[in-house]
Design a protein around this ligand. Structure first.
Ligand SMILES: [Zn+2]
Length: 339
């Protein structure tokens, strides 16, 4: 039996008939898609599903590989995250395609700055695309390197009241997504506290629509120090309908989580309790899309560590040359004394 994921999910872009369809549903009228590369409903076939044509024929699709050498430097105002209350309440749940958290009650998290300028954006959700300690499943890659996972914090223009209304506007910058890449590392002192917290909240949500409400200090998830340097480009949602209305901001600093924390999500399933075969959520990444003629910008100067390795080589050879000269002079002195 083929396993099929239902729309909604992830960047939650499915805006069909004015409402989202969440979780599993076998209704014949519900459009369906999956991450199964071998399925006609998989990523290569999303564009063949009615209403999702942009996934197949779009020209500004996401995710992409970011070739750092071709990213153009640009100055932007600082990214600014405002959370009210500071301990914001979220509904953490397994939506069948991602570990997802939606704001509840009076929670309001807004951003300004960066390529968004003075325009304010309101949070819609945050969710993660993830693999495990040995399986890389970020969506974006940097210089063709993927990481173990990727956090997406999805916002829509605050001039609209919902994400759906923002998409319906047709604005090319209706949405903004902050992306944070992360890898696993066993050094607990370098583990990102905010990511560790949300992984813990997601870890027991085995079946689709399992959920729990938790309050998190949003300032620990998107710390000012995490947001200082980023790549930005115009792209799309990475799930159907792949709307090309997203300003992406991919943070350049790769964060760390503990292997045990990430691996604790391996039990999350895309399939319902009694459904077989069991399909895990991990590996929920859309394949890379073509950059085409788009520009990628960065708001930071390249660091010396990105310089060609010849500098390190020549510096490493310095002591060797000095040593040889010293040895030569010593031999000369000894020879002179002998004379
Ligand atoms: Zn996403």
């Amino acid at each position: 039996m083929e396993v099929v994921l239902l729309l909604s999910l992830c960047i939650t872009a499915v805006w069909a008939s004015g409402s989202f369809s969440k979780g599993w549903n076998t209704g014949a009228t519900t459009r369906q898609w999956s991450y199964n590369l071998d399925s006609p409903m998989g990523p290569a076939g999303w564009g063949n599903i009615a209403g999702f044509e942009t996934c197949g024929n779009g020209t500004e699709q996401s995710p992409i590989n970011i070739p750092t050498a071709s990213a153009a430097y640009m100055t932007y105002p600082a990214l600014n995250v405002m959370s009210s209350p500071s301990k914001a309440s979220f509904h953490f749940h397994n939506n069948g395609a991602a570990a997802d958290a939606d704001p509840t009650g009076a929670t309001a998290v807004n951003i300004t700055g960066g390529p968004l300028g003075s325009e304010q954006y309101s949070i819609h959700n945050f969710h993660i695309h993830f693999g495990n300690s040995t399986f890389m499943s970020s969506e974006h890659s940097v210089d063709s390197s993927r990481t173990a996972g990727e956090l997406h914090v999805v916002f829509f223009k605050s001039t609209y009241s919902t994400l759906g209304e923002a998409l319906d506007s047709g604005d090319g910058d209706a949405l903004a997504v902050i992306s944070m890449l992360f890898n696993v590392g066993s050094d607990a002192s370098s583990a990102h506290p905010g990511l560790e917290t949300i992984l813990r909240h997601f870890s027991n949500l085995t079946y689709p629509e399992d959920g729990v409400e938790q309050s998190i200090d949003f300032a620990t998830l998107l710390r000012p120090s995490d947001l200082t340097s980023f790549y930005t480009y115009n792209g799309s949602l990475t799930t159907p309908g792949c709307n090309e209305q997203v300003v992406w901001m991919v943070m350049s600093q790769v964060q760390n989580v503990l292997p045990t924390s990430l691996n604790s999500l391996s039990g999350l399933r895309s399939t319902a309790r009694m459904q077989t075969p069991v399909v895990p959520v991990f590996g929920n990444a859309r394949p890379l899309q073509s950059l085409d003629n788009r520009m990628i910008y960065r708001n930071f100067q390249m660091t010396p560590s990105r310089s060609p390795p010849t500098i390190a080589t020549s510096s490493a050879s310095g002591p060797t040359v000095v040593s040889l000269v010293a040895l030569f002079l010593s031999v000369l002195a000894i020879y002179a004394n002998l004379l």
